[in-house]
Design a protein around this ligand. Structure first.
Ligand code: FMN
Length: 377
């Protein structure tokens, strides 16, 4: 059963501070970072944080298809601390939902700590969002806009590192100048960050389809710090995973946008878009996005989420199918209120039209060798 945080099972904010200092302990901090990472099984294939999209049922679907860890969507630390309804709707988890990184945006260390303490028992990292480039983050003074106030970023990381049992991680973007990014990464490490995810684009490079992620810059960050590093950007299929890990030396990769269309990416499946022009032979993987939607809906029945999130996944998963049968999309969009029955019926209707867009497997990925399995498990 999904665990929904309620006031009765939340953690009291009056924890005594941990008897820790950040000075003189760099080696032991780095050691702790690696011990924790190793205890989690060194996950390589990770679901990136996505507002309204990396919620519990979606995480569980991705885990079934190879994801080895997952981030929650970004949660707003102040609203999370203050509002029980927000907590109950926006953060649900279950015991199989591990390793789990719970991400917050914040600009006040005390508020962040209060929010973090509520989720600490249910996760493996509390993550700070330092990468959101959207206008809402500018207005709210969080995400990538904290890159203009590094002392504040440092105080956020230190506050959590000194007071939480669970390690702190950060997800960052690049500065335009590499040297600034490296200084930033080293500062985060010194402040107590034990895991760093690097999205290889700057704050101004918002559109992932226009700007390729800079894997060389991620490699430079990896070489500049001693804690585990994750690479993010341009992961569309398992060949990208292999290339990215080789190019960056990172411990693992995060994927976002492509997973929304293809939650089975980490099990080796790929959409037709990443078959033509790619090296190798491909076969119909006997799985398609409608199958995945049905599995997702079953998970939503088990772990309820707001309908706006379900609507969003329907559009992402069935976008190409709807393009072939636009009247079915129109009817879906017209529904003021949707039900699971309507959605299952909609998939039946799509299938009845003869529409089927398979997901593909690379021939070598259908029978992984021992080496492949070692490499990615
Ligand atoms: C729908 C959506 C929501 C996102 N929400 C978040 C978020 O809550 N926190 C965050 O750090 N990044 C968020 N991102 C950014 C992704 O985590 C990721 O950094 C970015 O999309 C680049 O990865 P990709 O090239 O695999 O898409 C979001 C991206 C998408 C597509």
């Amino acid at each position: 059963m999904a665990q929904t945080r309620t006031s009765s099972d939340s953690i009291q904010p009056e924890h005594p501070p941990r008897n820790l200092t950040l000075t003189g302990g760099e080696d032991s901090r780095v050691q702790r970072a690696w011990t924790h990472w190793t205890n989690l099984g060194r996950p390589k294939l990770i679901v990136a944080p996505m507002v309204d999209n990396s919620e519990l049922p979606f995480r569980m679907l991705c885990r079934k298809y190879g994801a080895q860890a997952a981030y929650t969507p970004m949660l707003h630390s102040r609203i999370f601390s203050e509002t029980e309804k927000y907590r109950n709707e926006e953060f649900t988890t279950c015991k199989e939902d591990r390793p789990l990184f719970v991400q917050f945006c914040a600009n006040d260390p005390d508020v962040l700590l209060e929010a973090a303490r509520r989720v600490e028992p249910y996760c493996d990292y509390v993550d700070i969002n330092l990468g959101c480039p959207q206008r809402i983050a500018k207005r709210g003074n969080y995400g990538a806009f904290l890159m203009d106030n590094l002392p504040l970023v440092k105080s956020l990381v230190e506050k959590l590192a000194l007071n939480l049992e669970v390690p702190v991680s950060c997800k960052i973007r690049l500065f335009p100048k590499l040297e600034d990014t490296l200084k930033y990464a080293r500062m985060l490490e010194e402040a107590g960050c034990l895991l760093l995810a690097v999205h290889g684009r700057t704050r101004d490079e918002k559109d992932g389809s226009k700007f390729r992620a800079d894997w060389k810059a991620i490699k430079a960050v990896k070489d500049a710090v001693r804690i585990p590093v994750l690479a993010n950007g341009n992961i569309r299929h398992m060949d990208d995973v292999k290339d990215c890990l080789e190019a960056t030396g990172a411990e693992g990769v995060l994927s976002a946008e492509t997973l929304l269309e293809n939650p089975a990416l980490f099990a080796g499946f790929r959409t037709a878009e990443w078959v033509s022009g790619c090296e190798g032979d491909f076969v119909d993987g006997n799985l398609d996005q409608a199958d995945l939607l049905i599995e997702y809906l079953n998970l939503c029945e088990k772990y309820p989420v707001p309908w706006r999130i379900i609507r969003s996944h329907v559009h992402k998963l069935l976008g190409d199918w709807f393009s072939l049968q636009p009247h079915i999309r129109e009817d879906f969009n017209k529904q003021y209120k949707i039900t699971f029955e309507y959605l299952y019926d909609m998939v039946d209707q799509l299938r009845a039209t003869g529409t089927r867009i398979p997901l593909y497997l690379k021939c070598t990925e259908t029978e992984p060798t021992d080496t492949d399995t070692d490499q990615y498990s």
